[in-house]
Design a protein around this ligand. Sequence first.
Ligand code: ATP
Length: 234
Amino acid sequence: MLRVTDLAAGYGRTTILQGLSLHVEAGEIVTIIGANGAGKTTLLRAISGLIRPTAGKVELNGERLEGLGPAEIVGRGLIMVPEARQLFPVMTVRDNVLMGCYHPAAREGAAQRMEEVLDLFPRVRERLSQMAGSLSGGEQQMVAIARGLMANPKLLMLDEPSLGLAPIIVQQMFGIVERIAAMGTTVLLVEQKAFHALKIAARAYVIENGQISIENTGPGLLADPHVKTAYLGL
Ligand code: ATP
């Protein structure tokens, strides 16, 4: 579904990603783990058109994406839920969720999709009239994912969804990611909390210094000696 080939990207004259290749097949959960500053967010930004790759290819179902703007890429069904959620704090939860179907491509069937999304996040349903800024961190993360789902993604990219969440909430959150995938949305997950993210992954990559250093199945990476010491603290 998604194929990234020899991607290079960065900021100004600084190159962060170089020669990076990966692929995500339809229906998979694919996890990318990496340390602070490894280039995880930069990779998602380059895929979603927020920064322009300087070399390489990004293809969604065989169609080239690099060079397209972020709105066009959203219209193709590739949606990123950003790190730190980036909600509109003084808008209600309902309006924040509805912002997800702002793009015309996502408006058809939005009312029904909202019901399905709220079934997935009962806590969000309870808080629809509340200002988003007054929610707990975990609740805000749920709203950010709900907003992403409202865009009717073919591929949902989640940037560190467990950031700042208590362990019990982290577990719930990854459970929801598994349900999202089971309902037919392909997921690309970027995480520092490697254990849970690898446990739910069909396949996974390690990113180091802007390049993929290891590729394996989720269980394969969990058992990898380097991953164990560097990313799982074992
Ligand atoms: P973290 O887990 O800490 O979020 P990350 O793997 O997502 O890390 P990135 O945010 O992709 O890492 O950052 C990779 C490198 O790019 C870092 O050295 C960072 O300082 C740099 N960088 C990120 N954003 C910018 C920017 N807007 N301008 C210049 N450099 C940036």
